[in-house]
Design a protein around this ligand. Sequence first.
Ligand code: AMP
Ligand code: MG
Length: 469
Amino acid sequence: MMSCRTVAVVRALKYLSTAMTTDQGASTQRNDGSANQRRIPVDEAIVALLAQVGPVSDHERVPVLDAMGRTLVEDIPAPADVPPFDYATLDGYAVRASDTEGAAPDQPISFEVVGVVAAGGVTSRPLGKGEAYRIMTGGPLPPGGDAVVPFEGTDGKGFGGWDGSEAMSSGGAEERVAVRVQVQAGADVRRRAEDQRSGEVLLRSGTRVRPAEVAVLASAGISLVWVHRRIRIGVLSTGDELARRDHVGPLGPGKIRDANGPALLALASRDGADTVDLGQARDEPNSVRSSLLKAVDHGCDLIVTSGGVSMGDRDMVKHVIRDEGEVSIWSIDLRPGKPFTFGRFRGVPVMALPGNPVSAMVTYELLVNPVVRRMQGDRGTVPVEVMAIADQEILNDSGRENFVRGVARIRYGVLGSVEWHVRPTGPQGSGILTSMSRANCLIRLASDTNRVASGGRVRVRLMDASPLW
Ligand code: AMP
Ligand code: MG
């Protein structure tokens, strides 16, 4: 039996191959509007898109910090054990645990203190029966020692403490210490190789490097890693109404500012890509064509355009792509952002997004981001979602899967409950770009869900998930 995911892949591929070869989507759209065209669900569209692209084949060896946001192309084995030796996790006395058996506040056991070891120090003298070492956090356990008795479990004196009033600058140790607690072997000891065992795979190929991976690599002493090169994304805005980006002062009649160019450039660089600003094209085939050619000249791996993909007289983008390559036009079961075109212009994948700034940003998040991840070799392409409680009623009158801009917060309830809560940012018109700025998530309402009551559960896709004030 096929799994749900397999079914989705097969359906998506079938859809895509039909659309690519016969361009049925386009003709249906032009003749009948979108009414008769099957709307492809968002999740299927993503699967179909991912099947169209693969990771770039060029790799680079770069310093670990430059690998941030990029993807490893090698499994990385641990070169050595980390930590390299057993060490104390707090200040106290290193002992043989068995020697503490029976120790209690009213029945202390006296140990001979045979030395002091601090972080960075070494001890070669083994611990004999009834012997202890004063030991500081990070200090290697002496041979034979297998536990640490915290300072508080002894009558030991002379530790610096907060104010250092009793600092032992001499480094000397008392001759004896009374241990008042019984400890188990391994107590307050961090074991050799507890984190990384020599030869074990530390990080797998396909892992995106985040600060945590930088830390792991640094802890293993690895300074250079092989990663996929950054992909290069060309971003183009289209529309006769767009004022030049450097235009200052009042806008001319009918003109608007170009929000999408900068927004998409910002999204692409957030995703770790190099960007090429292709500027703006007019709603004329030659203008769009020469901008796309510029992308090819610049060696772009992916082109993202906005505007000009609807059914209007001046929507040129898909025709220009088709003239120089192949195109599939999709009606995605999505709001905001229904019109969408995927194609290849002279072999370079093009994702043509709607012009509406909210639609452009949302379709980037939903459709372009997984493609970028895949092209950069990232194995993780599925976004993080949580279930949340709607703090107010949310309506979906679109008949499509609706991605409502929202604010998600975690709330700590009485009786110790912890739950995600979410509320829409307010009016959801796809021209209300400020709603993107007020949001940290997209609330997903299925196409057949018209209404979620206050207190109902909804699926929430976290975006940057920053706290909002
Ligand atoms: P289109 O997809 O070209 O039909 O554009 C849909 C709407 O988005 C229109 O109102 C356009 O004026 C607007 N729009 C298109 N491109 C941009 C852009 N780069 N920045 C801001 N708004 C845009
Ligand atoms: Mg337009």
